[in-house]
Write a protein that binds this ligand. Structure first.
Ligand SMILES: [Zn+2]
Length: 413
């Protein structure tokens, strides 16, 4: 069967996971509450029907339960399902929830979605059990024996929702992105960009045009950036002069970002020229609009967190990239390793924010980290076989579908 290119796997998805439970028929589900169950043969994603819950009393709720039901052991914790809302969810639906029970009715993890967060028609939930609510001491690593979808109507309203195509354990390729802010020379002086390149780990340097060569004792020179780019690292944008973009007009931000990006391209460093690290990590809605005006592809702030593949951002306009941590005196090597290991287990991406890498870091300085720790972290990333890529490579892999090989021995198409 041919697949449209647009439907091929994107965003580092290795596998859809396990299609379960059977939401192609109401048979096998126990309905309870103020609910009428039907097989919905008009709106479904798999098979020939979905399971429709019509809440029959105003403000009431109803559920479908499978007990026993063996949820596959969750290693990555990824869960997704589709649901079709009849009518206007903002006025008729209070919430839709999915619960996984380790002990039915008393110990469970759950996700609840408010009607105001839904649209009329098809909705898609995709998330990680690690972030769900817990009741009765349940945790996402439990063995789950029952599953429940529940619909609650808004006060004074009835509603109807159909559930379809629930997947567990979609798997993604985890990545690491090293990023360096502020055009500092110290990591280069420490030989760290060469150290990374020797391990096939490629960083992104967010640089400001007006700092390049402005002070040899502090900032990188043009020749040094040429050398770093030739190693395979990317040179991205930190604005022309480290202005706080949130203090400027949309037009001024767009003009500054355009100027810096065009400068990077003109110097022969195009790979990451349209990827931004926000000075001071500052962004807001106006900056987002200016980023789009200036054709920027990604923006990295200083908010901490890992990136979940598959749902993060859009195809363009990935303007809220977090960093898993910033390297500084408050961060130990062991904590840094643990955060990267956790992200790898969850199949998430991590962005490392770095500034100064020095043989003898100044512990009074918020942004210094020692060369020996930085090298040990790079060694660790290599030892657990994570890929480390520059921001342009990350972005291409997020947005460009990858073809899957066909089974050996297939008959000719
Ligand atoms: Zn900065």
């Amino acid at each position: 069967m041919w697949m449209a290119r647009s439907t091929l796997p994107q965003s580092y998805k290795l596998s859809d996971g396990i299609l379960t439970p059977d939401l192609t028929t109401k048979v096998g589900w126990t309905g309870s509450g103020n609910v009428a169950l039907t097989n919905d043969t008009e709106n479904f994603k798999t098979g020939a029907a979905s399971v429709k819950l019509a809440i029959t009393s105003a403000g009431g709720n109803g559920q479908i339960l499978k007990d026993p039901f063996g949820v596959p052991p969750l290693h990555f914790g990824d869960v997704s399902f589709w649901y079709y809302v009849y009518g206007d969810p903002a006025t008729t639906v209070a919430s839709v929830s999915l619960s996984l029970f380790s002990t039915y009715a008393t110990a469970y993890v759950y996700i609840s979605i408010a009607g105001s967060a839904m649209v009329s028609g098809w909705n898609y939930y995709s998330g990680k059990v690690q972030t769900w609510g817990t009741v009765g001491g349940a945790t996402w690593t439990n063995t789950f024996t029952a599953i429940r979808f529940k619909v609650t109507a808004a006060a004074g309203q009835t509603c109807a929702v159909s559930f379809s195509q629930c997947y567990f354990e979609a798997e993604y390729i985890p990545l690491v992105m090293w990023t360096f802010d502020d055009t500092y020379d110290a990591p280069h002086d420490a030989g760290f960009f060469q150290y990374l390149a020797d391990k096939n780990q490629y960083a992104t340097l967010y640089v400001s045009k007006n700092r390049i060569g402005a002070n040899d004792a502090i900032y990188l020179t043009h020749d040094e950036l040429d050398e770093i780019y030739a190693m395979g690292h990317g040179i991205g944008s930190h604005g022309t002069d480290h202005h706080d973009l949130t203090t400027m007009t949309r037009a001024a931000v767009a003009a500054e970002l355009t100027e810096n990006s065009e400068y990077l391209v003109s110097q022969g460093w195009p790979r990451c020229a349209y990827h931004v690290g926000y000075p001071y990590g500052s962004r807001n809605a106006t900056v987002d609009l200016a980023m789009a005006d200036a054709g920027q592809l990604t923006g990295r702030g200083v908010t901490t967190g890992s990136i979940r593949s598959g749902v993060f951002g859009g195809v363009v306009g990935d303007y809220t990239l977090p960093c898993v941590f910033g390297l500084g005196p408050d961060l130990t090597l062991e904590v840094a390793k643990a955060a990267i290991w956790t992200a790898k287990l969850a199949r998430e991406h991590v962005i490392i924010m770095a500034h100064q890498i020095l043989a003898e870091p100044d512990l009074e300085e918020g942004n210094d980290w020692s060369t020996s720790d930085a090298q040990a972290l790079a060694d660790f990333i290599q030892s657990i076989q994570l890929h480390s890529v520059s921001m342009d490579a990350y972005f291409i892999g997020r947005t460009n579908p990858r073809y899957q090989s066909l089974p050996v021995g297939r008959s000719p198409l």
